[in-house]
Design a protein around this ligand. Structure first.
Ligand SMILES: *Cc1c(COP(=O)(O)O)cnc(C)c1O
Length: 328
């Protein structure tokens, strides 16, 4: 793939660091654990959406749009990074956020406000369902809106993660290491699509181990089905020739807990363990859950001591500040 031919706007600092969690490996008496630090992409507290947004904003600018619209849950990391990308690119930004106007702006919504985003409160709708309605209103007032889907997960956004796998492969080669698995939080599909396609394109030879975060459907589709459609669409759009079988699309559904955004014991323990053994913060909604899942899999000996696994830290840390009252 020739990434240079795809419109892109630089928004983050890449490559993100690749580090080893030696203390945690020792503590768990488990496999070697590497961590890809996409919490450090640098765009208004960082996160995985920065990679997608570099291509989405590139596309928006190329199409001459001046207004971005996207949507998500109240504490959406995607919406925060989109608001920052808009500000950095001189575009205006509309966000459809699930929930009601809060009494207290904390975590991501505090930052959304600071970044100058126009917030539309959408109650029970937390997956951008109201985006088309807002786009219509903006069109009617003479604006040229650019719609970024929920999670930034379409074929354009997914390219950011195909490119991320190229970045990872170069980093691994430079330290003469290989990995047996990549563990990460999988939720709107763009990250998973890019990691899976990139692993084939750049010959990573690792099991792509997605931890499913949210059991709710999106666009009336089961997540697995949505994901397989997005993978096919991305392959087609960029003429990627690689074989993806049903077996390649792996999602572990055992860690859904009490629902999306609900902090449970698994997440609480993972957040504390990561902080206390490595000085690294993971978030309550995504990376805390996926990191908790990884720890559980290590404790159950799913990963053996002679393996190397890579945890992809996808960010989300600002939402820690919205969970203070339920953390301890
Ligand atoms: C959005 C998000 C994910 C999931 O990525 P998808 O591409 O939506 O599957 C994981 N972690 C964090 C912190 C996120 O914000």
């Amino acid at each position: 793939m020739d990434f240079a031919k795809i419109p892109k706007r630089k928004l983050g600092f890449f490559p993100t660091p690749l580090i080893e969690l030696e203390n945690l490996s020792k503590k768990l008496n488990g496999p070697k654990i590497l961590m890809k630090r996409d919490d450090l992409t640098g765009l208004a507290f960082g996160g995985n959406k920065t990679r997608k947004l570099e291509y989405l904003i590139g596309d928006a600018i190329q199409k001459g749009c001046e207004t971005l619209i996207t949507g998500g849950a109240l504490q959406s990391n995607h919406c925060r990074q989109t608001a920052a990308a808009a500000a950095a690119s001189g575009l205006s930004c509309h966000l459809a956020l699930g929930g009601e106007p809060p009494q207290n702006y904390s975590g991501n919504i505090l930052i959304d406000k600071l970044l100058g985003a126009n917030i539309h409160w959408t109650g029970e709708f937390r997956k951008g369902e109201k985006i088309p309605e807002i786009a219509e209103q903006l069109l009617n007032t003479g604006k040229k809106p650019y719609v970024i889907p929920y999670g930034g997960s379409n074929e354009i956004g997914a390219v950011g993660f195909i490119e991320a796998m190229n970045e990872l492969k170069l980093q691994l080669d430079s330290i003469n290491r290989s990995i047996d698995a990549i563990v990460f939080a999988s939720s709107s599909g763009g990250t998973h699509t890019g990691i899976l396609l990139g692993s084939k394109i750049f010959n990573l030879n690792a099991k792509i181990y997605g931890i499913k975060i949210d059991k709710a459907e999106y666009e009336n589709l089961d997540y697995e089905l949505f994901l397989s459609i997005l993978i096919e669409r991305t392959k087609k759009h960029f003429e990627i020739k690689c074989e993806i079988t049903k077996k390649d699309i792996f999602l572990d559904e055992n860690y859904l807990g009490s629902g999306y955004g609900v902090l449970g014991e698994l997440e609480r323990r993972a957040i504390k363990l990561s902080a206390e053994t490595e000085g690294i913060l993971v978030d309550p909604v995504y990376t805390g859950r996926a990191f908790g899942a990884m720890i559980d899999l290590i404790e159950k000996k799913y990963f053996s001591k002679n393996e190397t696994i890579l945890f992809w830290h996808t960010g989300g840390t600002p939402s820690l500040f919205a969970y203070g009252d339920v953390m301890f």
